[in-house]
Design a protein around this ligand. Structure first.
Ligand SMILES: NC(=O)c1ccc[n+]([C@@H]2O[C@H](COP(=O)([O-])OP(=O)(O)OC[C@H]3O[C@@H](n4cnc5c(N)ncnc54)[C@H](O)[C@@H]3O)[C@@H](O)[C@H]2O)c1
Length: 264
């Protein structure tokens, strides 16, 4: 689909993979709605892109009323600009390692588990759910037989090769992987495609506090290239997914061939 003249909603757009996606889509001629709960980083992204083509909306994706308020403001903005929504990239996510039973014999805190599920799964579904009425009602004639838009979800290789301490995170990313096909089937009649990207190790805010030893061990199990992915490499796949109409209903690993070992 054409990126020019459309608005793309990117959750987690203030940092890492989401931020790189905002910059790349704007460079390709799209307008971007940057959704994040980090106001200072989010407004920095908008300053970089200019207020005409980008807007920041403070959102906590785990709170449905917070998404509702951003959704309403996005609708007003796209009406003003005339740049209808063309897609959603749901990149907001968190991951805090915790084993099912820790070294002191204490079981996993269910509050932590629920929080990860609320942001990574419920937040992703709720964001799509509340924005889709805008995407399904796009009216302007779209190139290529009425394609309306694209939904891109973000899973992780932890959906497949979860490590010790990743019960909650892997469960959340496995859910994103599993819901890709039914979401695709629900949206196909509306001319909307769905693709999930499952990144390997990328250099972002999320991985920034990994210890030196963990990084060295990871480099040993990496195939090629033996380095963390760059956020721009993720964003470049987003561009390809947006432009390539045959990509639909699939989960793409973007991981340099890594298969995570049982521990690092
Ligand atoms: N970096 C990696 O190696 C890697 C690997 C696999 C998957 N992922 C996934 O990629 C996505 C992006 O992560 P990243 O690596 O860019 O991390 P990041 O921490 O740099 O960016 C995540 C962004 O999400 C925002 N966010 C977190 N919780 C939120 C909430 N409740 N509401 C709104 N915004 C919220 C944060 O403020 C942050 O700006 C996540 O879903 C993550 O699970 C990352």
């Amino acid at each position: 689909m054409r990126i020019e003249g459309r608005t793309f909603v990117i959750s987690g757009g203030a940092s890492g993979l989401g931020r790189a996606t905002c910059l790349t889509i704007a460079k390709a001629g799209g307008y971007v709605a940057v959704l994040d709960f980090d106001e200072s980083l989010g407004t920095e992204v908008v300053s970089e892109l200019g207020h005409e083509k980008a807007r920041f909306f403070k959102v906590d994706v785990s709170r449905t009323e917070s998404i509702a308020s951003a959704t309403a403001s996005i609708q007003v903005w796209t009406k003003d600009t005339g740049k209808e929504i063309g897609g959603i990239v749901a990149a907001a996510g968190i991951g805090k390692p915790a084993k099912i039973i820790n070294s002191k014999g204490e079981p996993l805190d269910l509050g932590e588990f629920d929080h990860i599920m609320a942001v990574n799964v419920r937040g992703t579904v709720d964001l799509c759910r509340q924005l889709l009425p805008q995407l399904t009602s796009v009216t302007r004639p779209i190139a290529n037989k009425g394609e309306r838009g694209v939904v891109i979800l973000v899973s992780s290789i932890a959906a497949f090769d979860g490590q010790p301490g990743q019960v909650a995170y892997s469960a959340s990313k496995g859910a994103i992987t599993s819901l890709t096909l039914p979401l695709t089937r629900d949206l196909a009649p509306h001319g909307i495609r769905v693709v999930t990207i499952a990144p390997g190790v990328f250099a972002t805010g999320m991985t920034g506090n990994m210890g030196h030893r963990a990084i060295e061990t990871l480099q040993k199990v990496m195939m090629w290239p033996k380095r963390a992915g760059r956020p721009e490499e993720f964003a470049s796949l987003v561009l390809e997914v947006l432009g390539n109409e045959m990509m639909n209903g699939t989960v793409i690993r973007l991981d340099g061939g890594i298969r995570m070992p049982s521990k690092i």
